[in-house]
Design a protein around this ligand. Structure first.
Ligand code: NAI
Ligand code: 15L
Length: 267
């Protein structure tokens, strides 16, 4: 079934604004939503300001929507109330509203922080179990489980994208491994919106020479990234943390705050 109305949550955020621009005109209607104010609706756009933690508002938001690109929520580490409201209750409201609306698929912006306490030396693929580095990463692990639940229990295609670092350019050596360009994110989203699958986990990275993860599952589904962070290596390749804990694990700077465990016991 074709997508007549695509909902993008988090549309006032960094990725939301970029994807609004990159996906413009590709679908008959794009509905844009955020808790924050957004630029007024343009041609073939609808703008709806709403808090994902408000179940009634999210039900209304999802009405007549065929597919969702779920970018909205707390995007970095935060205290429990913030993470709970935006990412747990918010995601539950979103999936439940998508189910009631009869949406076909939900693309979920998961994060490398869902697997942030895996070692960089490990070659993770889509079957790697979550090992969150933060409350934020834990909320993304929950989001991936929600996607699985709604896919198998209710038939909503679930596409969880474990995004590395999606910014204009990598800013340190870590990002030479984790970076995804906006153009490649657009390509990955288009795979999520068109490919035939039930429930998948993919990594949101470009075709980086220094990638830590095996993104074969995304390639199998049709993802063909065109960018490689290596062109920034001379500029940022020497920028590293002086903390061995941060440099050992996928999550980088997210690992150290609040850490009271024993790193030697983390496989
Ligand atoms: P961002 O923080 O710029 O955008 C998130 C948006 O969600 C904001 O505009 C915010 O107002 C909105 N939001 C927060 N709480 C909300 C609520 N309760 N109701 C409605 N809207 C709410 O983050 P960014 O970088 O654009 O990331 C987008 C998504 O991608 C996030 O879910 C983030 O966790 C995920 N992601 C991003 C990565 C990146 O490299 N940019 C890496 C991994 C994951
Ligand atoms: C994320 O999950 C965050 O949303 C983003 O702001 C970056 O910190 C990114 O991970 C990263 O690990 O670089």
């Amino acid at each position: 079934m074709s997508i007549k109305r695509l909902l993008i949550t988090g549309a006032a955020g960094g990725l939301g604004k970029e994807m609004r621009r990159h996906l413009a005109g590709l679908y008959p209607v794009i509905r844009l939503s955020d808790i924050a104010a957004m630029a007024p609706a343009g041609k073939a756009e609808e703008v709806v300001q709403c808090d994902l933690a408000d179940a009634g508002a999210v039900d209304a938001l999802c009405r007549d929507v065929d597919a969702v690109l779920h970018l909205g929520g707390q995007s970095v580490e935060g205290d429990w109330p913030r993470v709970l409201n935006a990412n747990l209750i918010g995601a539950i409201n979103l999936y439940e509203a998508a189910r009631k609306a009869g949406a076909q698929r939900v693309l979920f912006a998961s994060s490398n922080h869902a697997v942030g306490l895996h070692r960089r030396s490990e070659r993770l693929d889509h079957t790697a179990p979550c090992r969150p580095d933060t409350r934020y990463g834990l909320s993304k692990a929950f989001g991936e489980d929600l996607a699985t639940y709604y896919a198998y229990k209710h038939g909503i295609k679930g596409f969880s994208m474990r995004i590395g670092s999606c910014f204009p350019e990598p800013v340190n050596r870590r990002m030479l491994s984790t970076w995804m360009s906006y153009d490649d994110f657009t390509r990955l989203i288009q795979v999520g919106l068109t490919a035939d699958y039930t429930c998948e986990i993919v990594y949101g990275i470009s075709r980086n020479t220094r990638a830590w993860w095996d993104n074969g599952n995304a390639y199998r589904l049709g993802y063909d990234p065109q960018d490689d962070s290596e062109r920034f290596a001379a500029k940022v390749g020497d920028i590293v943390s002086d903390d061995p804990l941060e440099e050992a694990f996928v999550g980088g700077s997210y690992v150290k705050p609040d850490f009271t465990g024993d790193a030697a016991k983390i496989p």
